[in-house]
Design a binder for this molecule. Structure first.
Ligand code: SF4
Length: 425
């Protein structure tokens, strides 16, 4: 199978990485027989040099076969929850190199041991949902809401947020959640009898409300991105203000473009053809309600592994993940289809384009430069960094400020772990 990722233009690589990108772009094709020997030349000496002190990580959604390449070189593939725990569980790793998006790398850095350094192969890899939910968007709205509701409000943040936004959750007594534990965390938050400001995914928030029995009239849909940042409680129309006051859950209005292409009608198409329909809860609520099951990336992967020969699954999530699942399933006679892949459909399923900016030259360059002691600071991930995903430049806090963010973000992450584990027992 080819390394079927569109080549990035040379000027998309940071200066230190360009010599590696030039070599890669000059290779005659993108077949493993060509790409692997080129990667081996750089990665094998580094792997021999670092041994267990180097940990390579990638998310399931990575395109361009990076998932298979990272596995090939002894790395680990996981969803965002498990990625966040990798530094903690691999204490022997001094250097952790992540091929995914920034918020995932920052979560790893938040939970890392003090001696561990975390890097991202391409700092321009951001999550669009997170990019419309940065601290400068959320904080003024939070202050406005707190002026109205006082301490009677806690913040629940999805994993797809920066460390600074997670710290806001921690400081209010709130928690982080993932697509795998959103129901449990929402139940825990509701049981406290406080108002919940759910950030940033409006769809996951609506799904979690549906799972926990919070009706639409007890939800208030805030805006997202700049529109959300500019909304003010004082400027709401009287009817909207009454709805806000009645709301148990206030939903920030960001979303994932990859997961909002799916439509309820697609579930009918596949079910009529004998497929079981499984979806990710970042999909719109009506899609989740129409599906046979919904859950995290891990849940979807496990469903594929558990399927029996002859089973047919239509999966609604990121395109690279579904393609990898399809390849794996085909080996056991299980048919997996991408749910948006229907004839005459008006939406095409797609991969996470920003995450897939981590390509082989980025991985090779970073590992080789790290071995030379020249890893660029732009790729170093520290808690509280604010990254400009266009330029890749990061604004960094002082170490004292970092500690404050880390402390509160860890609190929110730890509450998630504690509540999730308690619910399992
Ligand atoms: S698939 Fe969507 S939510 Fe996930 S990292 Fe990409 S943009 Fe963000």
């Amino acid at each position: 199978m080819p390394i079927c990722q569109t080549d990035l233009p040379l000027d998309w690589y940071q200066e230190e990485f360009r010599p590696y990108a030039e070599e890669y772009l000059a290779l005659p094709d993108r077949m493993p027989g060509t790409v692997l020997p080129w990667m081996d030349r750089y990665l094998q000496p580094a792997l021999d040099h670092f041994g267990e002190r180097l940990l390579l990580l990638a998310h399931y959604y990575m395109g361009g076969e990076i998932v298979k390449l990272v596995e090939h070189y002894g790395g680990r593939i996981a969803d965002s929850y498990e990625l966040a725990l990798q530094a903690r569980s691999h204490e022997q790793a001094d250097y952790i190199i992540e091929s995914a998006v920034h918020f995932m790398a920052e979560s790893i850095a938040t939970l890392a041991h003090p001696h561990q350094e975390v890097f991202i192969t391409n700092p321009r890899s951001g999550c669009t949902m997170e990019m419309w939910s940065k601290e400068h968007h959320i904080a003024p709205v939070f202050e406005d809401l707190r002026d109205r509701f006082g301490d009677d409000m806690i913040v629940i943040t999805y994993m797809n947020t920066s460390g600074r936004v997670k710290a806001l959750a921690g400081a209010t007594g709130g928690a982080v959640c993932t697509s795998g534990n959103a129901k449990v965390i929402m139940e825990w938050a509701l049981a406290q009898g406080k108002r919940i400001f759910f950030v940033p995914d409006r769809h996951l928030g609506e799904v979690a409300c549906w799972w926990t029995g919070v009706p639409p009239e007890q939800q208030f849909q805030w805006g997202g991105g700049v529109e959300g940042m500019q909304m003010r409680v004082d400027a709401l129309a009287p009817d909207d203000l009454a709805r806000l006051d009645a709301a148990r859950v206030i939903l920030w209005g960001s979303y994932c473009g990859v997961h909002t292409v799916f439509k309820p009608e697609m579930t009918d198409y596949w079910r009529e053809r004998g497929y079981r329909v499984l979806v990710h809860p970042e999909c719109p609520l009506d899609v989740v309600q129409a599906a046979d099951g919904a859950g995290s990336t891990k849940f979807l992967w496990q469903a594929m592994l558990d399927a029996q020969p002859g089973d047919k699954l239509a999966i609604a999530t990121e395109g690279h993940f579904v393609r990898n699942a399809r390849d794996q399933a085909a080996l056991r006679g299980v048919d997996v289809m991408h749910m948006a892949d229907i004839p005459d459909g008006d939406s095409m399923g797609c991969g996470c384009a920003t995450m897939s900016r981590n390509d082989p030259p980025h991985l090779v360059a970073l590992v080789d430069l790290l071995m030379q002691g020249k890893a660029p600071d732009q790729n170093r991930v520290q808690v509280g960094d604010v990254v400009d995903e266009i330029s890749g430049v990061r604004e960094r806090l002082t170490s004292t400020e970092q500690e404050a963010v880390r402390e509160h973000a860890r609190l929110a992450l730890q509450r998630m772990v504690d509540v999730t584990e308690a619910a399992r027992t």
